[in-house]
Design a protein around this ligand. Structure first.
Ligand SMILES: Nc1nc2c(c(=O)[nH]1)N[C@H]1C(S)=C(S)[C@@H](COP(=O)(O)OP(=O)(O)OC[C@H]3O[C@@H](n4cnc5c(=O)[nH]c(N)nc54)[C@H](O)[C@@H]3O)O[C@H]1N2
Ligand SMILES: Nc1nc2c(c(=O)[nH]1)N[C@H]1C(S)=C(S)[C@@H](COP(=O)(O)OP(=O)(O)OC[C@H]3O[C@@H](n4cnc5c(=O)[nH]c(N)nc54)[C@H](O)[C@@H]3O)O[C@H]1N2
Ligand code: SF4
Ligand SMILES: [Mo]
Length: 723
C-alpha cells in the first residue's frame, strides 16, 4: 500500500484527498486529507468514489474513429491525421467560421483546459466559440464586467467571518458551492450560526441548505430581481445605506428602484412585503453581511439583472470588499486573465440571431441555430472538449439532431456518450490520477487565499497521451501546422508569451529581466506544470512549483483582504451602480409586471451524489436517493390528479417522468435534476439508470438577454397524469 495526495477535481470545492493505492496501483480507499489547511479532512460521496470513477472500465483508453457507422480503435497518429483531414476539409470548403468549439465544465478544472483554451480558440480562428459559461455563470461575469470593468472580478462571500448570510438560488449543502470555493460548506454554515450569525435562504424549494437556515422563503421562480429591487428600494427609501467605496450612479439607481416598493416586489415574487422590508433592514443593521447567489438566479431570464442587484445590495450595505462581507481572493498565480481595458460586450454578433459576444464567446443557446441555418459561416465542424451538450444545453434533443448533420466532429472526452456518439473521432484523455492537478480558475474564488498542487499519481502507460498533448496537437492542427507538429514547441511559445508579458508590463517587478533568464528558472514535467511555475513565480506571493511540491497538503495564504481599488477597470475608475445596459434591462423587467404568470414553472436541482452528466456510470452514485424524479407539491399532485408518472410539456418538448410528491417544493413549481436521460452502450450503468433529460423541456429560444445565458429555471410547463 502507498498513500498519495490529490485535490478532488469533481466539483468546485477543491477538497484535499488522501488515496491509498495497492501494489497493483488500484485505489483501495479515498479519504479526506486531514492535513489540508483548507478542507481539513472533508470529503463527500463523490470524492469518496473517485477511485471507482477513475477506474471505470468503460472509460475509453484509445482513440476511436467512426468508420461506416462502426467505432474502431486506432493509433494516436491515425486519429490526429483523421482530425487534420476533417478540419482542413471544412476550412477549405467553407472557411474558418464554419468551425465551432465548445469547452465543457471539466475544462474549468483541468490544467490542460486552462492552458490550451486560448491557443486552441485562436488557432481555430472562428467566431463560433462556446463554453459552459453561457449555460452557467455568464450573467455573473457580465454584471461584474459592467459594474467593475472586469468580468473576472467576482466577489465571494467571506463565509468564515460574516455575521449574516443570505443565500438566493443556491444549495451549497448539496452542491458544495460555486464561484465560492469553500470545502465543507455545511461546517462553515454551522459555524456561522454557532458564532451567533444568521442564515437566510431564498429558494422555491426547502433545500438541505434551507433546512439548516434560520429562515427560508419560498420565491416564485425567475422573480428574484423583484425581491432584490424591493430590498434596494427599502435601503434607499429608509436611508439605510452606508456606501464606503467609490461609486457612480446612485441617483440613477434611486430612480430605477423608485417604483419597486416591497409591496410591488411581493406581488411578483411571493415573498411578503413586510419580510422584504425586514430583510433589507437586517442586512443594513448586521455588523457584516453577504448576499450570495448562484445557478437558481444565473440560469434564469433576468440572470444578469439579478447578479447586479446582489452586488448592489452588498455595496449599499457597506459590505463590498470588507471582511465579513463579500471580498476578492488574491490567488497564488499571476492574474493574466484580468483585462487591461474596460469590459465591453458585443464585439461581434452571432450570425443567425445576432446575439452579442460576451467574454469572447457566443451563447450555447444559439449553437443549434448556427449549425442548422444555411449560409456563409454556417457551422459544419465542431470540436468539443469535456462537454455533453445533448444533456446539458437547453433543448438538448435539437442539438442531438443538429450534431448528426455536421460534416465533422471531434470530441476530447473519456466516454462514448449522448454527445460524443456523434463524433468522427474521440480523443480520450488519460485517467485523472495520471494527470497533475492545480485549480487555476477555482483557486481564484476561494474564501481564504490558498494554493495546492497535486502531481500526477500514476504514470502514463505506453501508448497513452496526456490531455495537455491532445489539446496542444489539436491546436497545432487547427493552426495548419499539421498532425506531426511538436507540441513542446507550442508549450514553449505559450510560456514564453506569459514571461514576455511580465517582462514588458509597466511597473512589473520583472521589468529588465529577460524571457530566457526567467525561463531558465522554471521547472515542470509538462507544459501545464511549466505554465503553473511561471504563473506562481510571477504571482503575488512569489511562490514556485517547488514550494507547492514541498507542501503537498496545500498552503494557507491567509484570510481575504480588501483589494477593490486595484481591480476596478471601469472608464470612470469607480464602481458603476447603474450601468446603461442594466438600467435598460430594468425596463424589460418592468414590462413583465403586468404579464399573467404561467400556472406551473419548472426548475432544476442538484443532487449530492451527482455532478452534471458524467458520474452516473458509477454504481454507488446512482440509485437510492439519487434518482431522476419530478418533485411536485402534494397539493398540486391532488389538483392535477397525478399518479406515479406525469407527462410534462413545454414549448420545447415533452417527457414522461416519475412523480415524487414533496412539500419541500412550493405549489405551482416542479423540479427535475439535469444530466440524466442516458442512452447508448458507452456507459451501461448510466443507461440502466437512465432517467430523463430535463433539457428536453428547457427552451433555447428564451435567454437572459444581456449575457445570452441559457434559462433552466422558471420554464413554463404543463403537467398531467401520464397515460
Ligand atoms: N437543466 C439544467 N441544465 C444544466 C444545468 C442546470 O442547472 N439545469 N447546469 C448547467 C451547468 S452549471 C453546467 S456547468 C453544465 C455542464 O455541462 P457540460 O459542460 O456539458 O459538462 P458535463 O455535463 O459535466 O459533461 C462533462 C463531459 O466531460 C467529460 N469529462 C470528464 N472529465 C474529463 C476530463 O478530465 N477531460 C475531458 N476532456 N473530458 C472530461 C465527461 O465524460 C462528459 O462528457 O450543465 C448545465 N446544464
Ligand atoms: N452534488 C453536485 N454538486 C455540484 C454539481 C452537481 O451537479 N452536483 N454541479 C456543480 C456546478 S457545475 C455548479 S454550477 C454548481 C451550482 O451550485 P448551486 O447553485 O448551489 O446549485 P443548485 O443545487 O442547482 O442550486 C440552485 C438552487 O436554486 C433554486 N432555484 C431554482 N430556480 C430558482 C429561482 O428562480 N430563484 C431562486 N431564488 N432559486 C431558484 C433550486 O431550487 C436550487 O436549490 O454546483 C457544482 N456542484
Ligand atoms: S465536495 Fe466536491 S471537491 Fe469535495 S470531495 Fe466532494 S466532489 Fe470532491
Ligand atoms: Mo456549472
Amino acid at each position: 500500500m502507498r498513500s498519495a495526495l490529490r485535490t478532488c477535481p469533481i466539483c468546485d470545492a477543491v477538497c484535499g484527498l488522501r488515496l491509498e493505492l495497492g501494489g497493483d496501483n488500484r485505489v483501495a480507499s479515498v479519504k479526506g486529507d486531514q492535513d489540508d489547511p483548507f478542507s481539513k479532512g472533508f470529503i463527500c460521496p463523490k470524492g469518496a468514489s473517485l477511485g471507482t470513477l477513475d477506474e471505470d472500465p468503460h472509460r475509453l483508453r484509445n482513440p476511436m474513429v467512426r468508420k461506416d457507422g462502426e467505432w474502431v480503435e486506432v493509433s494516436w497518429d491515425e486519429a490526429f491525421q483523421t482530425v487534420e483531414r476533417g478540419l482542413q476539409g471544412v476550412i477549405d470548403a467553407h472557411g474558418r467560421d464554419a468551425l465551432a468549439v465548445y469547452f465543457g465544465n471539466p475544462t474549468f478544472h483541468t490544467m490542460a483546459g486552462f492552458m490550451y483554451r486560448m491557443p486552441l480558440t485562436q488557432s481555430l480562428g472562428t467566431r463560433n466559440v462556446y463554453s459552459a459559461s453561457t449555460i452557467d455563470q455568464a450573467p455573473k461575469q457580465v454584471a461584474c464586467g459592467l459594474m467593475l470593468g472586469d468580468p473576472f472580478a467576482i466577489a465571494v462571500p467571506d463565509l468564515d467571518r460574516t455575521d449574516y448570510l443570505m443565500v438566493i438560488g443556491a444549495n451549497p449543502v448539496e452542491s458544495n458551492g460555486s464561484l465560492c470555493a469553500a470545502p465543507d460548506f455545511p461546517r462553515r454554515l454551522k459555524a456561522l450560526r454557532e458564532r451567533g450569525g444568521k442564515l437566510v435562504v431564498v429558494d422555491p424549494r426547502r433545500t438541505r441548505t434551507a433546512a439548516v437556515a434560520d429562515e427560508h422563503h419560498f420565491v416564485r421562480p425567475g422573480t428574484d430581481a423583484y425581491l432584490l429591487l424591493g430590498i434596494v428600494h427599502t435601503l434607499l427609501a429608509e436611508n439605510l445605506t452606508s456606501i464606503d467605496i467609490e461609486v457612480n450612479g446612485l441617483d440613477e439607481l434611486r430612480r430605477l428602484a423608485a417604483d419597486f416598493t416591497p409591496q410591488a416586489a411581493a406581488r411578483e415574487c411571493g415573498v411578503p412585503a413586510e419580510d422584504i422590508a425586514r430583510l433589507a433592514r437586517e442586512l443594513a443593521a448586521a455588523p457584516t453581511a453577504a448576499v450570495y447567489t448562484r445557478i437558481g438566479t444565473c440560469t434564469a431570464e433576468f440572470g444578469t439583472l439579478t447578479q447586479w442587484l446582489v452586488d448592489t445590495v452588498n455595496i449599499l450595505t457597506g459590505n463590498f470588499d470588507r471582511p465579513g462581507g463579500v471580498m476578492f481572493t488574491r490567488p497564488a498565480i499571476a492574474e493574466i486573465f484580468r483585462p487591461r481595458e474596460p469590459f465591453a460586450l458585443g464585439q461581434w454578433r452571432s450570425r443567425v440571431k445576432e446575439l452579442p459576444e460576451a467574454m469572447g464567446e457566443l451563447p450555447v443557446a444559439t449553437l443549434a441555430d448556427e449549425i442548422e441555418t444555411p449560409g456563409q459561416g454556417q457551422v459544419r465542424a465542431l470540436v468539443t472538449v469535456a462537454g455533453n451538450l445533448v444533456l446539458s444545453a437547453p433543448n438538448g434533443p435539437r442539438l442531438d439532431r443538429a450534431f448528426a448533420d455536421l460534416d465533422f466532429m471531434v470530441c476530447v472526452d473519456p466516454y462514448l456518450n449522448e454527445t460524443t456518439k456523434h463524433a468522427n473521432v474521440i480523443l480520450p484523455p488519460p485517467r485523472m490520477l495520471q494527470m497533475p492537478h492545480y485549480d487555476f480558475l477555482l483557486l481564484t474564488v476561494t474564501v481564504r487565499n490558498y494554493a495546492r498542487f497535486s502531481p500526477q499519481i500514476l504514470p502514463l502507460e505506453a501508448g497513452q497521451v496526456s490531455e495537455a498533448e491532445i489539446l496542444a496537437r489539436l491546436s497545432l492542427i487547427a493552426a495548419g501546422q499539421g498532425a506531426d507538429a511538436d507540441p513542446a514547441m507550442l508549450d514553449e511559445m505559450i510560456v514564453g508569451q506569459v514571461l514576455g508579458g511580465a517582462v514588458e508590463a509597466p511597473g512589473s517587478p520583472f521589468a529588465g529581466r529577460t524571457v530566457a533568464d526567467l525561463r531558465a528558472g522554471l521547472q515542470g514535467d509538462s507544459g501545464p506544470e511549466l505554465m503553473l511555475d511561471a504563473l506562481l513565480q510571477l504571482g503575488a506571493y512569489g511562490l514556485s512549483l517547488a514550494d507547492l511540491l514541498a507542501k503537498p497538503h496545500g498552503i494557507d495564504l491567509g484570510p481575504l483582504e480588501p483589494r477593490l481599488p486595484e481591480l476596478v477597470r471601469t472608464a470612470s475608475g469607480r464602481v458603476e451602480l447603474a450601468p446603461a445596459l442594466l438600467a435598460g434591462d430594468v425596463g424589460r423587467l418592468r414590462e413583465r409586471l403586468a404579464a399573467p404568470a404561467p400556472e406551473i414553472l419548472l426548475i432544476g436541482r442538484r443532487q449530492l451524489r451527482s455532478n452534471n452528466s458524467w458520474l452516473h456510470n458509477v454504481p454507488v452514485l446512482v440509485g437510492g436517493s439519487n434518482r431522476c424524479t419530478l418533485h411536485v407539491n402534494p397539493g398540486d399532485v391532488a389538483r392535477l390528479g397525478l399518479g406515479e408518472r406525469a407527462l410534462v410539456r413545454s414549448a420545447a418538448g415533452e417527457l414522461v417522468v416519475a412523480v415524487e410528491p414533496t412539500d419541500a417544493i412550493m405549489p405551482g413549481v416542479v423540479s427535475l435534476p439535469h444530466g440524466w436521460g442516458h442512452s447508448g452502450d458507452g456507459q451501461p450503468v448510466a443507461t440502466e439508470n437512465a432517467g430523463v433529460n430535463a433539457n428536453a423541456l428547457t427552451d433555447e429560444s428564451v435567454i437572459d438577454v444581456l449575457s445570452g445565458n441559457a434559462v433552466f429555471n422558471g420554464v413554463p410547463v404543463t403537467v398531467s397524469a401520464a397515460p
